[in-house]
Design a protein around this ligand. Structure first.
Ligand SMILES: Cc1cc2nc3c(=O)[nH]c(=O)nc-3n(C[C@H](O)[C@H](O)[C@H](O)COP(=O)(O)O)c2cc1C
Length: 170
């Protein structure tokens, strides 16, 4: 499978460790993995102008780093959404990259998705999980799994090994 991982963290710390572990496991299982660091890209929110659905014929009027993400949305068999929990949800950066899929409707080929979440405290990511589950259901994409690490679990070798094994099992 071609797997695109959208990392919504602006830092190279806890979420990045989960993303790297997932990528390692997936590559070991023979999958092709692309990591898109959307948390450090310049991606504005959707303007809701409908240019894409009228004159733009599927192209967004905004010219920014979303042009690097759209090819992954068109080509990938699996999308992995990764984010730190910011105020009980995913980061604004990840949400912008998620919502800008609007111009093409949904990831064109993706049959599977997963969610990787890192937080300071346990059980604070339910808003992000609910958004993810509702979104992939709407898009007709199967949930392969949700991995959430909190507090001291972040960067724990045991937890990262679980993520590596999860990715290997896909
Ligand atoms: C703006 C902001 C909001 C946060 N909100 C939450 C929160 O609602 N719940 C929580 O448990 N942790 C929260 N945190 C902590 C981060 O989720 C946590 O430190 C996470 O591991 C950071 O991941 P990263 O290293 O990839 O940036 C917040 C951190 C920031 C900077």
């Amino acid at each position: 499978m071609k797997i695109a991982i959208l990392n919504g963290s602006p830092r190279k710390e806890n979420t990045a460790a989960m993303v790297d572990a997932f990528a390692e496991g997936a590559k070991e299982a023979g999958h092709e993995v692309e990591i898109l660091h959307v948390g450090r890209m310049n991606i504005a929110g959707c303007k809701g102008c409908e240019y894409c659905h009228t004159k733009g014929e599927g192209k967004c009027i905004q010219k920014d780093d979303m042009e690097k993400v759209i090819p992954a949305y068109l080509d990938s068999d699996m999308i992995v959404y990764a984010s730190p929990v910011y105020y009980f949800g995913a980061t604004a950066q990840l949400q912008a990259a998620i919502q800008r899929v609007y111009c093409i409707g949904k990831p064109a080929k993706a049959k599977k998705a997963a969610l990787l979440l890192s937080s300071g405290s346990p059980a604070t990511g339910s808003g992000a999980v609910e958004m993810y589950k509702n979104m992939i259901k709407y898009m007709g994409i199967e949930d392969a799994g949700v991995c959430a690490l909190a507090g001291e679990e972040n960067k724990s070798e045991e937890k990262l090994a679980e993520i590596r094994n999860f990715a290997k099992s896909l």
